[in-house]
Write a new protein. Structure first.
Ligand code: ME8
Length: 643
């Protein structure tokens, strides 16, 4: 029987635009969904928006529109964001959907009929400004945190859910199922809550205080408390109470949330499900918080990081890779654009991008761009390389089901790094000079191609676009991603003679652009002049120098890069037209450059500066403040090589 897998994200409040926190949880769920598909599970992936309650009414009032117009607008922003982050959700639920309203009322009635909902008076501290009750713990200096005013004691009649009745059942269940709530620190937190007496949960609000909610089916003077309404989305989306989908996926449901909503998911929800006569969920996966410059993300401090500001500049897969590699699931993590740039340039451009482009370039050069057969039998170094790949497959299969994203990525990158070292050690360019070494060269290149293929499959849940690009260029037919990971991890399944293609760099190098609008920017230290006594670089062989392709060019077009003080975008004729981004705007006006003869490094790996690709570098000499462009004594034909 095919295994099943059902993953959910929280349904986000529509009182704020999607930010990096929402994006992280949703990307995590996406990786889990894609991974389970890859290993052959039938999956279902749910996300959506939470649209009732006083927070939403307040946000709508601030925006000057009625709640319905407001929720439609913000919910639409979430819905439109997810395809841009390549999120593979099957369904997008809204708590204002009529079928959700029906299911909430059905469950309320069921629990009411079984005697677990009762009517009672509630006495508490009420803020007139907020129109709501506060608990002692929420107060700041005994006052309302928003209005800075003392609260009044007020009595209100409401409906209550007998949560306390399920306290000992829940404790025992968590004790007996150690990974019900994971990682362990959050399980311990919930157990600590449960060691204190658990109060019943107030699940209604009088209509005169809040009308934007789902009416109680047994008393229309009240609407449903927003958490009781919201949590039920997880069953509505499966067509509860009828339907095959519910029977199929409910037993394997996994919720993914951050630590802020641990209590509703770790305590309210399991007890509500139990009272409704449903089995508990399988896992509650809880992650930490993204902080910005070690502080809380905050709208008023302008530190909200929005994924859609970063993705166009740095690339989608780079962003996905960064958040999954950087955060240890369960712990807090700090976001900084410097760290993002650093990871892109080292892990993606230098390690993976470089390995892939070297492998394909050598296949083109030595085997006419076709997958060679395995030649000589594997030697020790080959066997070590293969063992490393097997280890990466093993660790990915072991770590992903328990949300060890960073560990799986470390294992995959160990493989990438070993392959880069393998190339440096073996030196295929030397083997290529000796016809007697053809068998060895075939094995080396074939190993490298196979390794790149397995790496592409392993990274596919994390970076689906990159994986697809890699597999396309390796000539692997399309359905490859649907092959089970365990089978596809097999060595040697590329087909001999298949043409490969090189394509553009997977990850051009990037520079920091301060695209995370919210992130406070650090003062940049002034560029240091190199101390005069600094040792000159080591001598290099002439062969190495010859690898630098220097060409004479003529600037055809020059313009400032918007929002940059330093950069100009140039179009340079070097026998062909090249776009080059040069850091010369402070010393050269664009209009003075057109028609100038320059020298260009033509075979640099492409880089992205302020989101613009640069395919080369214009040479210049700095002398104090002045920057002189290198040129020729007399005009020469564009494209002539400098030697
Ligand atoms: O709580 N770091 O919605 P919400 C990491 N509607 N993740 C973060 C984050 C951060 N700094 N900030 C937010 C609600 N998140 C309810 C949920 S579910 C039945 C109802 C993510 O819009 C994280 O997933 O406040 C967190 O749990 C969620 O957004 C809270 O979203």
């Amino acid at each position: 029987m095919t295994s099943r897998y059902y993953i959910t994200t929280p349904i986000y409040y529509v009182n704020a635009e999607p930010h990096i926190g929402h994006a992280y949880t949703t990307i995590v769920a996406d990786v889990m969904n894609r991974f389970h598909k890859l290993i052959g599970c039938k999956t279902y992936f749910l996300t959506g928006t939470d649209e009732h309650g006083d927070k939403i009414v307040q946000a709508a009032q601030e925006a000057g529109v009625d709640p319905k117009t407001y929720v439609d607008r913000i919910s639409g922003m979430f819905r439109d964001t997810w395809p841009k982050l390549n999120i593979s959700n099957d369904y997008f639920i809204r708590t204002t959907d009529p079928d959700h309203i029906r299911v909430v009322q059905y469950i309320l009635q069921k629990v009411y009929d079984s005697g677990d909902i009762y009517f009672s008076k509630y006495k508490g501290l009420y803020c007139v400004g907020c129109e709501r009750f506060y608990t002692e713990r929420e107060l700041v200096d005994g006052k309302c945190p928003d209005h800075d005013k003392p609260l009044v004691e007020r009595e209100e009649a409401n409906y209550f859910f007998r949560m306390s009745k399920y306290q000992s059942w829940l404790m025992e269940y968590i004790e007996a199922n150690p990974d019900f709530i994971r990682p362990e620190r959050y399980r311990n937190e919930v157990l600590a809550f449960l060691r204190e007496p658990l109060e019943d949960l107030c699940i209604s609000r009088p209509v005169e205080r809040l009308s934007w909610g789902i009416p109680l089916p047994f008393d229309d003077r009240y609407v449903t408390y927003v958490w009781f309404d919201a949590l039920i989305n997880y069953v509505t989306a499966l067509g509860y109470p009828d339907g095959a989908k519910f029977d199929e996926f409910w037993p394997v449901v996994e919720h993914t949330i951050a630590k802020d909503i641990l209590k509703p998911h770790g305590i309210y929800w399991p007890t509500i499900i139990k009272a409704a006569g449903l089995p508990p969920y399988r896992h509650l996966n809880v992650h930490g918080y993204w902080k910005i410059n070690e502080g809380k993300m905050s709208k008023s401090h302008g530190t909200v990081v929005r994924p859609l500001d970063l993705v166009p500049v740095y690339g989608l897969d780079a962003f996905r890779y960064f958040v999954l590699r950087e955060m240890v699931f369960g712990l807090d993590s700090n976001f900084s654009e410097d760290a993002l740039v650093q990871r892109i340039n080292s892990d993606l451009a230098n390690d993976l991008g470089n390995l892939f482009s070297r492998t394909l370039a050598m296949t083109l050069k030595y085997f006419d761009g076709k997958v060679p057969p395995f030649g000589d039998p594997p030697d020790e170094m080959d066997r070590e390389l293969i063992a490393q790949v097997e280890e990466a497959v093993r660790q990915t299969l072991e770590e992903l089901p328990r949300l060890g994203f960073h560990k799986a990525l470390i294992a995959i990158w160990e493989c990438v790094n070993r392959a880069n070292k393998y190339i440096d050690h073996v030196g295929p360019w030397t083997l290529a000079k000796d016809p007697a070494q053809l068998g060895h060269l075939q094995t080396v290149i074939r190993n490298l191609l196979e390794l790149n293929r397995v790496v592409a499959v392993l990274i596919s849940p994390f970076m689906p676009e990159t994986a697809e690009k890699m597999l396309d260029r390796l000539g692997v037919p399309k359905p490859a991603l649907e092959i089970r990971l365990s089978e596809d991890g097999r060595w040697g399944s590329l087909r001999e003679g298949t043409p490969v293609s090189k394509g553009e760099a997977l990850f051009p190098r990037v520079e920091k652009t301060d695209a995370a609008a919210g992130a406070p920017q650090k003062e940049k230290a002034p560029a240091k002049e190199k101390p005069a006594e600094e040792a000159p670089p080591e001598p290099i062989p002439f062969e190495l120098f010859k690898q630098v392709d220097l060409r004479a060019g003529i600037v055809k077009h020059a313009e400032r890069v918007p929002k940059s003080k330093k950069l100009l975008r140039l179009l340079v004729d070097i026998g062909e037209e090249r776009q080059v981004v040069a850091g010369i705007a402070q010393t050269h006006a664009p209009e003075d450059l057109v028609g100038k003869q320059v020298i260009v490094v033509a075979n640099l790996q492409p880089a992205k500066l302020m989101g613009i690709e640069s395919h080369g570098m214009v040479l210049a000499v700095r002398d104090g403040e002045a920057l002189q462009l290198l040129t020729t004594q007399k005009p020469v034909t564009p494209g002539r090589r400098v030697s």
